[in-house]
Each structure stands twice: as structure tokens, then as C-alpha cells.
Design a protein around this ligand. Sequence first.
Ligand code: CP
Ligand code: NVA
Length: 299
Amino acid sequence: MKKDLISMLDVKNDLEKIIDNAIEMKKGNYEKFMKDKTMAMIFEKASTRTRVSFEVAMHKLGGHAIFLSKNDIQLGRGETIEDTARVLSRYVDVIMYRAFDHENVKELAKHASIPVINGLDNEEHPCQVIADLLTIKEKKGKLKGLKLVYFGDGDNNMAHSLLLGCAIAGIKIKIVSPRKYWPNEYYVNKARELGGKVEIEEINENSAGEADVVVTDTWVSMGDEAEKEERIKNFRGYTVDSQVMARAKEDAIFMHCLPAYYGYEVTKEVAYGKNSVIFDEAENRLWAQMAILKWIFLD
Ligand code: CP
Ligand code: NVA
């Protein structure tokens, strides 16, 4: 059966293996197992990291990637997702899809005879969270038993995939968010079903207490632009600044999937500070993508 990566739930039995493979691949230990294989990358939204890391990953593994902006393909003019899936399945070996709607990613996967990778949608961002867990393992030497505290928009793709990813990896997770933006209950329940230790709270003096990892993300995700002003108002007080970091463990790392909006969800002082690992995290997108492809094609 083909393997899709739509949700973190798809890798729940293989997460540590994918991370360990990424660590090996980062040392240069990999074969060009994508030789003569092609990836189609459909983008409905902007991207720097996802686009470039997948394209470079395919190149390093001996294959090729094709960038398809939704506006330039017939999907943008009303061709169905089903027909797009059926046609691309005749040409290429794997599809990466960055979409607005999670249902559309599922629809594409349902009709494609080849693997589909979710390159971010409104509900999840699994490729990013695999890279984040890889970064945490690299920096802390382990995953199990750590505590991660996420500040800001608790109802976005990063928060949801982190809830699942942390639960699978045995990391305790706390989401610190205004009540209006608490995570979708489906993800909280799934995380708890997986044995995850999950807390959700509004910000307080000690929100970052005991954190090994402090994470944030933009307050205005792609697709939320119409609510920008309201969101900036509602998230006031949730900026990760040096006072927040001072409450975390001394050796806590700061993470952000990027792009960052300095002065909003994080200060530049923290993002560029001694605890920050944001550019290692960005680099790890590449090694994580290579390990995801290995999981799909070789395991
Ligand atoms: N973190 C991330 O997915 O970045 P891009 O939007 O640049 O791909
Ligand atoms: N939550 C952000 C992540 C960007 C990589 C968004 O969806 O825009």
C-alpha cells in the first residue's frame, strides 16, 4: 500500500526511526534512492523553506522536483482535485501539496495512486514538526520526558502537529494561548489518547516554567490575513521575550518554524539570542524531508 504523510498520526509508529534516519543522512550516509523519480510540488500558498528543502532533497537523492503554483496549473481554474491527482499519478512518483484546506489534501491523497505529502494546510504541518523533533533530539540528546511550551496561536497547524508529535515522542506539551485560540479539541483528544501529557492555559507569570523547549509561531497564519488587526490585539501579551525565556530552564532552546514577525510573537533579541536554534531548525527541514522520502520509498 502507498504511504501518505497527511498528519503526524501517519508516522506514529515510525517517528523515532525517521528522526534517527535524518540524523544519519545529515552525516552524509545516504544513497541516491530517488534516482529517476520525480516529485510534483503543488503550492496554494507562499513558501521558502518547504519548497527549497524538498527541491534540494530530491536533487541530493538523485531525483527531480517540479514546482507547480496553483495559479499556473488548471487546478486554479477549476479542474478538480480528483482529476489533478489522477493525472499527476501518471507522470510523477510522489506529490507534495501545500493547501489551504486539510480536506483537499485528503481528497488528493484519496485519488492519487502515488504517495502524497502534506506540505502544510490549515490544520497540520507534519514535515515541520518532524524537523522540529529532529532538532530537539540533536540539541537535547533525547525526546522522552522533556517539556515543550508553545506560546501564541494554539489553534493553528503548528500547534496541532506539535500536540500529536509531542504525544508520540513522549514530550510533555503545554499550549499557552488566549482562550479563543485554544487548539481544536480533536487534536487535544488524539494527543491524550496517544498517552500525551497535555496542558492548555492562558498566559501567566510562570507559563514557561520548567520548559526545555520554548516554541512560538506567527499570530497570523496564511489564510488568516483578514483577521490580522484583531489577532494582533488578541495576542498582545503573548510575545516570547527575554522575560519569558528567563522563566524557562537555563538551557532551554527557543524554536520557531519561520517566517518570524519580530516584535509580535517573538522579539529579535530572543530569536537571535544564545538559546535560539531557529536556523538549525530551518536547516533540518532538508534532512527531515530526505528521511521522510526514505520512509515512503524504502521502509
Ligand atoms: N516553516 C515553513 O514551512 O516555511 P515556508 O512557509 O517558508 O515553507
Ligand atoms: N502557521 C504558519 C506556519 C508557516 C510555516 C502558517 O500557516 O502560515
